[in-house]
Design a protein around this ligand. Structure first.
Ligand code: SER
Length: 589
């Protein structure tokens, strides 16, 4: 079975069981400032897991593109990936454990054809007042699994979520492929890392909500959220040794061989890093991320620059990335048509970033060697040198860390961060950027943009048309994007007036007050909000003086003055009858 057949077989299996197919959401999460990327199939479905009605019903199925960045530096081994696809099915307050396990078992048998004795499953052992999940174990037994194929684990291994800092979560049953080799030791089981067991599917019984204080409360409805890693499953059912041996990666690897003149077998790590990073970069560009100094754009930059360095390690110093991206667009567009639609932009931005880094890579590497000499006998590379590499040659600090590690050195990261902050404070654009632990911290920025979105919404309703409603909102570390119903282009004068309205509110430094109230009271108070039902009976309203009262989960700044200033960058059409504004906050002259 090839990848597209697997995607289709999974979707069809669940369609036949009453599930509606929904398309993969963007890699950029809508309205969740606590994470950079969509990390699981359930992520775009959070409002519905919390009780909002999904337009397609209570049974859903999809394949979702995901990016997880916690392990970028591990990529290069046989299994770690930054970009991956997750096949998933959901019950939104519909079926629960019995049907979920029945469906999974049937799919494993009929579609994946994995023999029962090659399966192992886990169930929640019970912890923190939440009981042991014997029901799940019994259900698996009813399908023929033996006691020694069922393992109980606690919260560390058998609990999933939330995806961000708060959200729906619950105990799960994880399904593993057992390759049949003998156990490595007495304690060997699915949580062992010897390689005997590979996790292929995770069924989460989502019954709890974790709030910002870390407290768990029962959800309004019992959901099922499942996720199956496409790459791993494809590897297993086709008997391949690693995910890189599947057809998802082989054409990319062949192309890298052709370009570099080297063989995959001679330097698998470099080939894998290039293949993984450029696959992720292509998808991120396809979803509109652009290389930047912070947030999503910073991760994209790291991926491109790291791929560039590894290509150079293979001995090729030319511009090559578009050729790789072309293979990815060709092979993945059937499943993700946005790649084909945005093809031109993907190639342009990728090549521009590649060329930018290319100009300085060789020089930077030479400078790095000189630095080693300057650094003397110390095993710690001093922050000043590391900062120079960043500032002059555009080396992400993680890249320098990796180069240093190869020479048995570490980087004085605190010193680097202090210098970085100092530099940012000095530079004009720096005042609104934050750098933490070597990674751009986007939370402060997105919080400001979130408050700016409420002010913009208020300006549109108060100045242009009281019937304007939010149709969509998306916030990155760099900008806000706000969609609203309106049937014509706004004039330059109107845009100026909107900007002035928001800037006046910022100058007035109005407190932003959060009030908890019943849904009824909130409605009576005239507060607006498109997501009102998802917060249950008690809702939070953010009130900005007499300008804005909006139901919202937050977070927001405490005073509007923190935004410093507001600028509209673009006004355009988004769909029929829907306009889109992109805007930024910060200090403007
Ligand atoms: N959310 C769960 C996971 O990511 C199941 O989809 O594993």
């Amino acid at each position: 079975m090839d990848a597209q057949e697997l995607r289709e077989a999974y979707v069809n299996f669940f369609k036949e069981r009453g599930h509606a197919y929904i398309r993969s959401a963007s890699l950029i999460p809508e309205n969740d400032p606590t994470v950079l990327f969509t990390t699981a199939g359930m992520h775009p479905l959070v409002p519905y897991l919390l009780g909002e009605k999904h337009p397609e019903g209570t049974r859903l199925v999809d394949f979702q593109k995901c990016v997880r960045t916690g392990d970028i530096d591990e990529v290069g081994d046989a299994s770690h990936l930054t970009f991956f696809e997750m096949l998933g099915n959901w019950s939104l307050g519909d079926y629960f454990k019995k049907e979920s396990i029945q469906y999974s078992f049937d799919l494993l048998q009929t579609v994946l054809k994995i023999p029962v004795d090659h399966l192992a499953v886990t169930a929640f052992a019970g912890e923190d007042g939440i009981p042991k999940d014997t029901e799940t174990a019994e259900l698996w037994k009813s399908h023929g699994l033996k006691d020694d194929q069922i393992f109980f684990y606690g919260r560390k291994d058998n609990w999933w979520g939330p995806a961000g800092q708060t959200g729906p979560c619950g105990p799960d049953t994880e399904i593993f492929f057992d390759d049949g080799r003998p156990k490595c030791c007495d304690a060997c089981g699915p949580s062992c890392h010897c390689g005997k067991y590979t996790e292929i599917w995770n069924n989460v019984f989502m019954q709890y909500f974790k709030d910002a204080d870390g407290k768990f409360s029962p959800l309004k409805q019992k959901n099922v959220d499942t996720g199956m890693g496409l790459e791993r499953v494809l590897r297993i059912i086709n008997g391949k040794e690693t995910v890189y041996d599947t057809e998802l990666f082989q054409p990319i690897i062949r192309k890298v061989e052709e370009i570099s003149g080297k063989k995959y077998a001679d330097d698998m790590r470099s080939f894998r890093i290039i293949a993984d990073h450029l696959r992720a970069a292509t998808f991120l560009l396809g979803d509109g991320v652009v290389p930047a100094k912070m947030g999503q754009g910073y991760i994209l930059r790291r991926l491109v620059r790291r791929a560039s360095r590894y290509m150079s390690k293979l001995g090729f110093d030319g511009v090559y990335m578009q050729q790789i991206a072309e293979i990815i667009v060709r092979d993945y567009s059937a499943a993700y048509p946005e790649l084909k639609q945005n093809e031109k932009e993907i190639y342009e931005k990728l090549t521009a970033e590649e060329e930018k880094f290319h100009k300085t890579l060789a020089k930077g590497l030479r400078r790095f060697d000189e630095m080693l000499a300057e650094n003397g006998d110390s095993k710690v590379l001093n922050g000043e040198l590391v900062f120079k590499l960043y500032d002059t040659f555009g080396f992400p600090v993680e890249l320098t860390q990796e180069l240093a590690q190869e020479k048995g050195l570490t980087v004085d990261i605190n010193d680097f961060n202090n210098r970085f902050k100092e530099h940012q404070e000095k530079s004009r654009a720096g005042s609104d950027q934050i750098f933490k632990g070597g990674l751009a911290d986007h939370t402060v920025e997105t919080t400001k943009l979130h408050t700016a979105t409420h002010l913009l919404n208020a300006a549109l309703r108060n100045l242009i048309d009281p019937d304007i409603r939010q149709k969509g909102s998306n916030i990155t570390a760099e900008r806000l994007r706000f969609d609203f119903n309106f049937d014509r282009k706004l004039t330059p004068e109107e845009l100026k007036a909107i900007e002035k309205y928001v800037n006046d509110a910022i100058k007035a430094d109005i407190p932003v007050v959060c009030k908890e109230m019943s849904l009824e009271d909130a409605k009576k108070s005239g507060a607006i909000g498109v997501f009102d039902s998802k917060y249950g009976q008690t809702v939070k309203a953010y009130i900005i003086g007499d300008i804005s009262a909006e139901l919202c989960g937050g977070p927001h700044v405490t005073h509007t003055g923190e935004l410093q200033g507001f600028k509209i960058k673009k006004e355009e059409s988004s769909a029929a009858g829907v306009r889109r504004i992109k805007a930024v906050v910060g200090k403007f002259d």
